[in-house]
Design a protein around this ligand. Structure first.
Ligand code: AG3
Length: 275
């Protein structure tokens, strides 16, 4: 008989948390940047947490990874051929880009341990790093943006929340550097937090993006294991942002109606963006 129940909880506030019952804790390491934990949960499969916040679970990672790659992919005027991923040390974004046929992917992850942990516990995602089309570099994304001379058709910022190492990825300075790295008509997209619980994160990303780019749109997706289950992404370009509606290959979440509908925002989110 099992006497003890184990739970992992992400704390949203003093008064609120989301808890997963776990059958096992597979790993807990403190790296130079953050704490990484892997749990085996009953309902969502393996779960990766960084500094106590859910990064992905086996069961629902597809929503986030499809929406941060397929969505901007089908907004680009021409199919993007060269992409840059900032963060994304689990390999999920790189994997989606490969499935879309992107020819060259540079992936800049600050924490080597995230990559190592994901190779071991989430091989379905991290195996994308074995593909020769993916150039994985362990480097600070903010510094890379300042030093590199390369240009990209699509830049994807797959970061943690704007606390700790990722904070600078939501700021104006970073977006100025991003603009320099985009080829003509290029698109940048970033995860921008839960509009309900993290309106500041969304505001920060949106305001930074808007000060630098001619066009920015916010779109949302349903991600059950992230705070409030309702998540935002901010996408920008100096070119017009319009869906390129042809030959859409649906994913498990993404399809042509989501491409049209995801930028439709509830009133409280519009309010955050206009304040
Ligand atoms: N990166 C975004 C995770 C943000 C989650 N925040 C939270 N749980 N408070 C996900 C990495 C997946 N490639």
């Amino acid at each position: 008989m099992k006497l003890i129940e184990n739970w992992f909880s992400e704390r949203y506030s003093e008064n609120l948390q989301l808890s997963f019952r776990v059958s096992d804790q597979l790993l807990s390491v403190k790296t130079d940047y953050q704490r990484i934990d892997v749990f085996d949960t009953y309902d969502f499969g393996k779960l990766l947490s960084i500094d106590g916040t859910v990064q992905l679970t086996e069961k629902d990672e597809f929503v986030y990874h499809e929406m941060i790659t397929m969505f901007p992919y089908y907004y680009a005027e021409r199919p993007p051929r060269k992409a840059l991923v900032i963060g994304g040390g689990d390999g999920g974004v790189a994997g989606q880009l490969l499935s879309l046929g992107v020819e060259s992917i540079t992936n800049i992850e600050i924490d080597n341990q995230v990559v190592e942990v994901c190779k071991k516990y989430f091989p379905d995602l991290a195996d994308s790093f074995r593909d020769p089309k993916v150039d994985l570099r362990i480097e600070d994304g903010i510094k890379y943006m300042k030093s590199s001379r390369e240009k990209f058709d699509l830049i994807i910022v797959d970061s943690t929340d704007p606390e700790g190492p990722a904070e600078g990825l939501f700021g104006l300075d970073f977006y100025r550097d991003v603009k320099e790295k985009l080829s003509p008509g290029g698109i940048v997209v970033a995860q921008s937090g839960s509009p309900f619980y993290q309106p500041k994160a969304l505001k920060m990303a949106y305001n930074s993006a808007r000060s630098v780019f001619r066009n920015s749109i916010v779109y949302t997706a349903f991600i059950p294991t992230y705070p409030s289950g309702f998540w935002s992404f901010t996408m920008s370009s100096d070119d017009k942002l319009e869906p390129r509606g042809t030959n859409i290959e649906p994913g498990k979440y993404f399809n042509s109606s989501i491409l049209k509908g995801a930028p439709e925002l509830p009133e409280f989110v519009k309010k955050i963006l206009s304040e």
